[in-house]
Design a protein around this ligand. Structure first.
Ligand SMILES: CC(=O)N[C@H]1[C@@H](OP(=O)(O)OP(=O)(O)OC[C@H]2O[C@@H](n3ccc(=O)[nH]c3=O)[C@H](O)[C@@H]2O)O[C@H](CO)[C@@H](O)[C@@H]1O
Ligand SMILES: C=C(OP(=O)(O)O)C(=O)O
Length: 425
């Protein structure tokens, strides 16, 4: 697909309702998890994103047939594993693809998977994925940028993660589901996307205890059946739209959210003076005529403030008079938005993983997204200022936000993007 930049005319108050899609970062491992069953699996709430098309290409290579059976519903069927490898060309585009290592190993006993790609703001190691699988009995070797994994019998034993890792927990869970071993994972991630993967697997007959706690016990089962499952709403997309409402000093109703997944984001916005009203599965975010206050934000693993909303929060704080401090120890190099926000007049100084932000009005400028959430920061910034902001690097935005320009227009923004050729099925 050839993409043109996203054009934004900002400086308008936004209003109305915007509906959040299903979680990208839950959908991707769940699509991979469907490899563990030889029966049909139907998934609802699957966002139509380039990352989803990429993972579908990857599981297709491994042996999955898929068809869309609704706008966001997908039927997947993997009667047999055809290829046990995940080649570089299919894995390098995105981080989540690395969890095929655990899934192929579980179903086929061996796997060869290239090192992952994804948003590349700095090093993103996979040592914990590999250590976990080794500790549970898999043999893993590495050469030429590929990991070769093999198991003799079922995975068994206990592994204590050295740090909280979402993808590492996904990989170890997937690897341990089939067989007759018992695996205990300690210091496992309690991220919503981990809980959703486990709930999906259990709905197909897996036996995983402890979802949402730091200790997971996985008793292997002989096989998984087919089933139907709805993916949780995307808390990162919801957080992005909440930042957008605050930055444009607007009122937006953000629909299809799990308010309990957004406590840290809501609390920070409330500390700034934004009103947030919970109404069932919607959040009404009201920043109209508010003098917002600067705040300090530090990212943490869930349930802390998400690193995936850090660039958007930084864009918002760049518009709030006073001094704010944003720290991202989860991903210390996640700063590609800073130089682009400077083009729009933002006053941000960086030292290590700390941004010191002196807020003021921004101005429109041509900018370029170098990764997904940096792109989100830029469209938020662009919508705060009069004049036209042209955002290049739209392929990153398409990794995480479905029909972005159209949905922004639905809440009163002026945004357009011409897709020169669309080839996605
Ligand atoms: C596809 C997907 O779901 N991506 C999300 C996932 O990425 P991902 O699963 O890659 O992130 P992790 O939770 O694994 O990373 C958390 C921290 O652990 C470190 N680490 C991780 C694994 C490892 O083997 N060794 C290691 O040192 C990382 O460098 C990082 O500092 O969670 C991140 C943290 O919420 C999000 O920003 C990503 O959007
Ligand atoms: C960084 C992200 O994705 P990935 O881990 O796939 O790069 C994200 O969703 O913000």
């Amino acid at each position: 697909m050839q993409l043109t930049p996203l054009h934004i005319q900002g400086g308008r108050e936004l209003r109305g309702e915007i509906t959040v899609q299903g979680s990208k970062n839950a959908a991707l491992p769940i699509i991979v998890a469907s490899l563990l069953s030889s029966e049909k699996v139907t998934l609802h709430g699957i966002p139509r994103l380039s990352d989803v098309y990429t993972i579908l290409d990857l599981v297709h290579h491994i042996g999955t047939q898929h068809q869309w059976v609704g706008p966001n519903s997908l039927e997947l069927h993997t009667p047999t594993i055809i290829h046990t490898d995940a080649p570089y060309a299919l894995v390098n585009k995105m981080r989540a693809s690395f969890v095929v290592l655990g899934a192929i190993l579980a179903r086929a006993g061996q796997a060869r998977v290239s090192m992952p790609g994804g948003c590349a703001w700095g090093p993103r190691p996979v040592d914990q994925h590999v250590k976990a699988l080794r500790a549970l009995g898999a043999e893993i070797s590495e050469d030429g940028g590929n990991f070769h994994a093999r198991r003799h019998g079922s995975l068994n034993g206990t592994f204590v993660f050295e740090l909280l890792t979402v993808g590492g927990t996904h990989n170890a869970v997937l690897a341990a589901v089939l067989g007759d071993g018992v695996v205990t994972l300690e210091n496992a991630s309690i991220d919503t996307d981990v809980v959703d993967l486990i709930e999906f697997l259990n709905s197909l007959g897996a036996d995983i205890q402890g979802a949402g706690t730091n200790t997971l016990v996985i008793r292997g089962v002989k096989q998984l059946r087919g089933g139907e499952y709805t993916v949780i709403p995307d808390r990162i997309e919801a957080g992005t739209f909440m930042m957008l409402a605050a930055a444009t000093r607007s009122q937006l109703t953000v629909r299809n959210v799990r308010p309990d997944h957004l406590r840290a984001v809501s609390a920070k916005l409330q500390e700034m003076g934004v009103d947030i009203l919970e109404a069932g599965n919607s959040l009404i975010v009201d920043a109209r005529q508010r003098e917002l206050r600067p705040v300090n934000v530090t990212t943490q693993s869930y349930p802390g403030f998400p690193t995936d909303v850090q660039p958007q929060m930084s864009a918002l704080l760049a518009t709030v008079p006073g001094t704010s401090v944003v720290q991202d120890p989860v991903y210390p190099d996640r700063l590609t938005h800073v130089a682009e926000l400077h083009r729009m007049g933002a006053n941000i100084t960086v030292s290590g993983y700390t941004q010191v932000i002196q807020g003021s009005a921004l101005h429109a400028a041509p900018v370029k997204a170098a990764d997904l959430r940096a792109g989100a920061a830029l469209f938020i910034a662009g919508l705060t200022c009069t004049g036209e902001t042209i955002i290049d690097g739209v392929q990153y935005l398409n990794r995480g936000y479905e029909n972005l320009a159209e949905r922004l227009c639905g809440i009163g923004a002026v945004a357009h993007q011409t897709q020169l050729a669309v080839a996605m099925d």
